[in-house]
Ligand binder design. Structure first.
Ligand code: DUC
Ligand code: ZN
Length: 460
């Protein structure tokens, strides 16, 4: 079966150009002027994309589906989460498999493969999160690399946090075998002390206590520490979900020392700020995430950092809960399950709030949503680019449509939306996953065709 997408404007990190795309099976067969007789063949589907932008499928390298958090489980599993993802133009997600204490990395991977086996509507892979570091885990890193799990994750806070020695040794080991780790950077000791203080008086029942006990300084200190550990290890490293100017300044410092540091941010840190939690109503709890939302100033600093090439990727950290689940923390902000929903909105938010508002170019959007994630996470050029022989993962955006984001329309299992009421310009019109049309105007037209992607080493 052949598909021809005609007359569209193809977007890459290097520019935009008008060309037709011929899809054969799962791959892009040809780019150029596709003429008859191909387009006359009755087996050929022709799509007229005049006036539309054509992006390589977006890659969301930071999701949490079917994850146990704070005594509950995210309301999106791989089935609902990947449907939501693909409806918004994300054709590949990378979730976080965790090897809990006492489990081998392979056991952790198998547990997450089982979760994903419930059905995925976009392609998927996993990073491997460590909960402990010892000679067994060290040996198993290579096993993961052979399985196509080439990126890892460490936490500097939460129950699974690792100490500085372990993080340093992981950086050394991954450098030896060509892997790379992302790190959740927040200073645990400082946060724990502040949390106990706020929990000792009436502030215990305010959702805003969550962000007030996780200051930007806690993030910046942890980033600084990570980057010095990486400096001594001589290892490249990824700071995931960067939220603030203080943290960015630490990354700038490390880059001045000659270090290779990759930075990721998320739409919530570009578009939302902590005033969302400053409500008397408990609804502020719907905006609890870690690291927390910061200030409007930070939002703009991060947009500029994307435009200027200081931030390489934009992911979502999608980690969704219902209103009822948030109520677990009604009397104690420490028990509010944290994380925002957003896996289905990243593409349209980056287009409408980024490109249409003149904060970033089309090329930059393509770079941070598709091309760089593909390179950093070892999938390029199979994914992340519209090119001959690449997977036909394609997003068609109609720049002239507009609509209002509403929870009532969303595919995520969450019963509210962190971007409720936002008017957006543009629409993710059609989404192709390895040559098959899987979504149209926010609806999934074919589900469960996602496959596990064995990834190679990072190259960005
Ligand atoms: N932060 C969240 O808010 N949720 C899940 C994991 C994380 O790091
Ligand atoms: Zn996360």
């Amino acid at each position: 079966m052949l598909t021809v997408i005609k007359n569209g404007t193809i977007v890459s990190s290097q520019g935009t150009y008008r060309a037709d795309i011929l899809i054969e099976g799962e791959k892009i067969k040809k780019i150029g002027n596709i003429e008859e007789p191909l387009t006359r063949n009755s087996d050929t589907t022709i799509i007229d994309a005049a006036g539309k932008y054509i992006f390589p499928g977006f890659i969301d390298a930071h999701t949490h589906f079917d994850l146990h958090v704070a005594g509950t489980v995210t309301c999106d599993d791989f089935y609902t989460g990947t449907k939501a993802a693909v409806s918004g133009g994300t054709t590949t997600i990378i979730d976080f498999a965790t090897a809990y204490k006492g489990e081998s990395l392979m056991e952790g991977l198998k547990n997450w493969q089982k979760k994903a086996a419930k059905g995925c509507s976009c392609d998927y892979s996993f990073h491997m999160s460590f909960s402990e570091w010892n000679p067994d885990r060290k040996r198993e890193c290579e096993v993961m690399m052979n399985e196509g799990i080439t990126t890892f994750k460490v936490y500097m806070t939460y129950a699974d946090m690792l100490d500085d020695r372990s993080i340093y040794e992981i950086l050394v080991r991954l450098k030896e075998i060509g892997g790379i780790t992302g790190c959740h950077c927040e200073n645990s000791g400082l946060i724990d002390s502040l949390r106990d203080e706020y929990a000792s008086d009436e502030r215990i029942s305010k959702p805003s206590s969550h962000y007030k006990t996780r200051p930007a300084a806690a993030e910046a200190e942890a980033i600084n520490r990570l980057l010095y550990l990486a400096y001594v290890a001589g290892a490249d490293v990824i700071d995931v979900h960067l939220t603030c100017e203080e943290g960015l300044n630490e990354i700038r410092g490390a880059r001045k020392r000659g270090q290779k540091v990759y930075a990721e941010t998320c739409p919530q840190y570009l578009l939302l700020d902590s005033s969302r939690l400053d409500t008397e109503a408990f609804s502020g709890a719907e905006f609890v995430c870690a690291p927390p939302l910061r200030t409007k100033h930070d939002n703009e600093v991060l947009w500029k950092a994307i435009a200027g090439g200081e931030i390489q990727t934009v992911s979502t950290d999608h980690c969704s809960f219902t209103r009822e689940q948030r109520l677990l923390g009604k009397d104690d902000f420490r028990k509010i399950p944290g994380g925002l929903n957003g896996v289905e909105y990243r593409g349209i938010l980056m287009f409408s709030e980024g490109v249409k508002k003149g904060r970033i170019s089309l090329e930059k959007m393509c770079e941070v949503c598709s091309e760089n994630p593909a390179k950093l996470y070892g999938m390029y050029p199979r994914k992340g680019v519209i090119a001959e022989c690449s997977d036909a993962d394609i997003v068609i955006i109609d720049p002239n449509d507009e609509y209002t984001i509403r929870a009532a329309d969303q595919l995520s299992a969450a019963d509210y939306c962190n971007y409720e009421g936002l008017k957006v310009k543009g629409r993710i019109e059609s989404v192709f996953l390895r040559g098959r049309k899987v979504a149209e105007k926010g609806r999934v037209t074919e589900e469960n065709t996602g496959e596990f992607i064995k990834r190679g080493k990072y190259s960005l």
